[in-house]
Design a protein around this ligand. Structure first.
Ligand code: PEP
Length: 269
C-alpha cells in the first residue's frame, strides 16, 4: 500500500513574531509551487507544528492567503499542535486541548516528543491518554518514540521503542489513524544523525511490530524519521523504503533548508 511521504516541521518554541510570518510565507509559497494544490491524497504532504500562538495567525485570512488558491480544499499543507491536553474543554487553566485546536485549524498533533518526556516528565501513560484525546476530536497524532544514547549503548533500542509503542497505543484499536516518528533522543538537536543502517533497522522493527499488532491496517501508518535531518542527509534517509517522511526541528526554521528537505521527499516518494 502506498503511504504518503510526510515532511513535517517542528518549530518548537520559535520563531518570534517577525520571523514566523516570513518563514510561513516562504514555506507556504514553496510548498504550493512544488505540490499540485487541490489533491485530497497528495503523495507528499507538509505539516507544520508552530508554537500555539501562531496557530490562529497561520489559519487567519492573512495566513491562508499565503497558500494562494491551494486552501482550503488541499491537504498538501496542514498545521498541527506540538502538544495537546488530555483534559476536556472546561476549567483547566493553561491547557489547550484537541477540540479547541481543531476548531482553530489544527489537523495534527505531536504526542510524546522526547522534549516533553524529558523536560516535563510525560510518561507513556500520559502519551496514551493524549493520543486518545487527539483522535476523539479529529486530530491525527504523530507519536514520537526513541531511545537515549545510554539505552542504545546498552543494546536496548528495540526494547525501548517497542515498549513506548505498545503502551502508547494501548488505548487504540485498528481503525485509528495515526503516524509514528522514530526519533533517537541522542540525534535531536545535536547535529548527530542516525546512520542509514540504524534508521533502517529500527524502522523495519517498528513496521513488523505494527503488522503483528494490527495486521493489514498497519500498511497505512506512516513511520517518519526525526533527528538532525538536514538538506545534506535528507535524500539518503528519505530514500529508504521503510522511511515515510521526516520530522524536522532545527532545519525547519529556515525556509530554504526545509524546502530542500521537501525536494528530497518529492524526489524519493
Ligand atoms: C525534533 O524536534 O523533532 C527534531 C528532530 O529536531 P532536530 O531536527 O533539530 O534534531
Amino acid at each position: 500500500m502506498d503511504r504518503p511521504t510526510i515532511i513535517a516541521g517542528n518549530w518548537k518554541h520559535n520563531p518570534d513574531r517577525n520571523l514566523g510570518e516570513s518563514l510561513w510565507r516562504e514555506v507556504a509559497a514553496g510548498t504550493m509551487s512544488r505540490i499540485p494544490a487541490g489533491e485530497h491524497n497528495p503523495p507528499v504532504k507538509v505539516v507544520i507544528f508552530p508554537p500555539t500562538p501562531w496557530l490562529g495567525w497561520l489559519v487567519s485570512r492573512e495566513g491562508l492567503e499565503c497558500l494562494g488558491n491551494g486552501f482550503p480544499e488541499s491537504a498538501v499543507l496542514e498545521i498541527g499542535m506540538q502538544e495537546i491536553s488530555d483534559r476536556p474543554v472546561g476549567a483547566y487553566t493553561g491547557e489547550v486541548g484537541a477540540e479547541l485546536a481543531h476548531q482553530f485549524g489544527a489537523r495534527w498533533t505531536l504526542v510524546g516528543h522526547s522534549e516533553r518526556r524529558i523536560h516535563f516528565g510525560e510518561t507513556d501513560e500520559d502519551v496514551a491518554r493524549r493520543l486518545t484525546a487527539a483522535v476523539d476530536h479529529g486530530l491525527c497524532p504523530l507519536l514520537c518514540i526513541g531511545e537515549t544514547s545510554e539505552e542504545r549503548d546498552a543494546g536496548r533500542t528495540f526494547e525501548v521503542v517497542s515498549h513506548q509503542l505498545e503502551v502508547g497505543l494501548s488505548r487504540f484499536d485498528k481503525k485509528h489513524e495515526y503516524a509514528i516518528a522514530y526519533e533517537p533522543v541522542w540525534a535531536i538537536g545535536t547535529g548527530r544523525t542516525a546512520t542509514v543502517e540504524q534508521v533502517e533497522d529500527v524502522h523495519q522493527h517498528l513496521r513488523e511490530l505494527l503488522q503483528k499488532k494490527i495486521g493489514s491496517a498497519s500498511d497505512g501508518i506512516p513511520i517518519l524519521y526525526g533527528g538532525s535531518v538536514k538538506p545534506d542527509n535528507a535524500r539518503d534517509l528519505l530514500g529508504l523504503d521503510v522511511v515515510d517522511g521526516a520530522l524536522v526541528g532545527g532545519a525547519s526554521l529556515k525556509a530554504a533548508s526545509f524546502l530542500e528537505i521537501l525536494d528530497a521527499g518529492i524526489a524519493t516518494a
